[in-house]
Ligand binder design. Structure first.
Ligand code: NDP
Length: 332
């Protein structure tokens, strides 16, 4: 298939790109500037020439941002939209809300109006679009929605990221209902995504949000106290990439949301694995490791991802070990 992938320099998107190429798809990826595009091309050998290129989209929150990208190398069969800010260093909540919501609406509008060959669109949403932090159900699945509003996202910084993801995904499904375009939509809703990045980070500041926890651990930031877990569910980035690629390939994935999680975890589990596999970091951890999993802990139902996308999840130990080894090879 010919696939347009947005945000190809990102943590999750760079794994999507690798998996797409490994599955023999041809990929055009969007990046914010040429140097990021060139960096991606450098990662892939000559044999991928003709199968990989990039197009610059500097800011997805701008109206018409994707108008040229969707016809940059027609005809695309599928689009995977992952670009969206995932960080907590914003001044104004709109720095998160606008790119997430406008970027999602904008790409769907551009595809409907200009790229009629596209038959499947996959959007990276999040467990943030499912979770109800005020009152957890017994078991989380794809039927639940975070009730957060735009106003709460503006007023309460702790809710801004979650609002950006929930409102973007809601906007996507509303678009499908109202506009009835000629393509089907699937959304991917992961909780914490761990695993080794593909791009060596330039500095601790540019390390993606999920892996920043590991860099912190290796630099002694967990010594006094483990960081709070927050969301007691996780998944490896390589499984998330596979989920995106299967979601464009599997016909039955159309029209569905997918809750993609390998299962429960907390930072004590990460610390226990680190202690066992990397004894050199024992003195960077508290002497007594305390779990912060609540009781009762909400359950999860990831059966749809297994039945339709045929996912088999990597265990936490693989993810932790591979991430720490990666950061050891690329010290910050
Ligand atoms: P990254 O920060 O690594 O990737 C985000 C990507 O979006 C980058 O390519 C970034 O470009 C791009 N981007 C952000 N804002 C804009 C903008 N205004 N205009 C153009 N491009 C923009 O994060 P992840 O890979 O972790 O996240 C990817 C997606 O997955 C996001 O939608 C996130 O919400 C979702 N997600 C992530 C989880 C995780 O634990 N990592 C969990 C659940 C969902 P640049 O780097 O050049 O700024």
């Amino acid at each position: 298939m010919k696939v347009l992938l947005t945000g190809g320099s990102g943590f999750i998107a760079s794994h999507c790109l690798k998996t797409l190429l490994a599955s023999n798809h041809t990929v055009v990826t969007t990046v914010r500037c040429e140097s990021k595009g060139e960096r991606i091309l450098e990662l892939y050998p000559e044999s991928f020439k003709g199968k990989l290129s990039y197009v610059v989209v500097p800011d997805i929150s701008q109206e018409g941002a994707f108008d040229e990208a969707v016809i940059s190398e027609p005809p695309f069969d599928a689009v995977i939209h992952t670009a969206s800010p995932f960080h907590f260093r914003f001044q104004d909540p709109k720095e998160l809300l606008d790119p997430a919501i406008n970027g999602t609406k904008g790409i769907l509008r551009a595809i409907k109006d200009k790229a009629h060959s596209v038959k499947r669109v996959v959007i990276t949403s999040s467990f943030a679009a499912i979770v109800s932090t005020d009152e957890h159900p017994e078991v989380y699945n794809e039927s639940q929605w975070n009730p957060v509003t735009y106003e709460e996202g503006i007023e309460d910084r702790s809710k801004t990221y979650r609002a950006s993801k929930a409102l973007a995904e809601r906007a996507a499904w509303s678009f499908m209902e109202q506009e009835k375009p000629g393509f089907s939509l699937a959304t991917i809703c992961p909780p914490y995504v761990f695993g080794p990045p593909i791009h060596p980070p330039e500095s601790q500041a540019t390390l993606n949000t999920s892996n920043a926890y590991f860099a912190m651990l290796m630099h002694g930031g967990w010594k006094e106290k483990l960081p709070p877990t927050g969301t007691w569910l996780w998944v490896d980035v390589r499984d998330i990439a596979l989920a995106h690629v299967r979601a464009i390939e599997v016909p039955e994935a159309g029209g569905k949301r997918f809750f993609i999680t390998a299962g429960h975890f907390d930072m004590k589990d990460v610390a226990d694995i680190t202690k066992k596999r990397f004894p050199e970091y024992v003195d960077k951890l508290p002497t007594k490791l305390i779990s912060d999993k609540p009781s009762p802990l909400y359950g999860f139902d990831n059966n749809r991802s297994k039945d339709i996308l045929h996912l088999e999840y990597l265990p936490l130990e693989n993810s932790v070990v591979d991430t720490i080894k990666f950061l050891q090879r690329h010290p910050l």
